[in-house]
Design a protein around this ligand. Sequence first.
Ligand code: ATP
Ligand code: MG
Length: 359
Amino acid sequence: MCEDIGMRPRILTGDTPTGRLHLGHWVGSLENRVRLQDEYECFFLIANMHAFTTRAEKPEEIRRDTIEIVKDWLAVGMDPERSTFVLQTEVPAIAELTWLLAMLLPFNRVMRNPTLKEEIEAKQLGDHYSFGFPLYAVGQCADILAFRADLVPVGEDQLAHLEMCREVARRFDHLYCGVPTTTEDADYARAGGVFPVPQPKVGRIARLVGIDGVQKMSKSLGNAIFLSDEAGEIKKKTGKIFTGRQSATDPGDIKNALFQFVNAFIADPERRRELAELYTRGEVGDGTVKQEVSQAIDALVAPMRERRRAYDGPAGEARIVELLHAHAAKANAVAEDTLARAKAAMKLDFGARTLMFVP
Ligand code: ATP
Ligand code: MG
């Protein structure tokens, strides 16, 4: 039986250090992370190993972005006193689990994953991506399952990955733990499975479009407004949001990218309704709407920018490295325990081990 029953349910989610965090992250996942920190035992993971799958030749950038992402986390209110920050490369059990799970996922199942396909296209990886690139999808299953997470707050683009994770959790529990295939997803741990079948939790906006009005906002595609952008930068970027409108007196289409930003960031529902009506009738120009959007975004991120400043410079970076090191102990305690359980279920229990942490 699972020893975790009765404890707070767990969250695992995270970000790849391929750049700073943006508004899409906020509405897709960060808001939920901040809100759920008391209700859940939270593990927030920096997928720095996965950053190498597309940027192996840029270790300095990956290191810099790792630190930047932790700054973003602290800035938005993810709280290291209540939640555990996990640096993927400091948790060896995840890499081992990736191998074990890779054996339970058919190669074609991984390659059919629509999120991978979309990324290959959007990031123009062609047919020369590394072997490690599709493997990250399996690695992500291991990230989640290593912490035996119940809930995964993500944006819509991650649902295909999460479905694969759910499948592999079930398969493992059937094969090695004798959990009957008729078991309800919510009951896998109770039925003796090593892994609970995790549920996704999609944010308030499942997929925020980028300022290009085409792709999802993404840190690697040059179409993002970052949580750390200054007011001037936000103004410049919102000014570029593609609307497809020819003139300010044309009836506007409120299904366009600009109105996604209106709906996501202008807090007052009355004002949102009013703007939509005026826009549809051609009584308000893009420029006016963009200015309001820009002000609303700035009001949201200004306090984040302020909190972020506390970690500027080498002293700030040193504090972050220290924090990641300290949290690695807790992260490893959980992940090692999971791996030991998984290996025991697979008849691979040839002896216990303890990881050493050198201060
Ligand atoms: P990359 O371009 O490197 O893939 P990304 O911007 O897609 O970066 P990820 O680190 O892949 O960011 O995603 C982190 C989390 O943020 C995931 O849960 C993802 O679903 C969510 N997310 C990312 N972009 C958006 C978006 N535009 N709208 C909603 N959620 C998003
Ligand atoms: Mg992504």
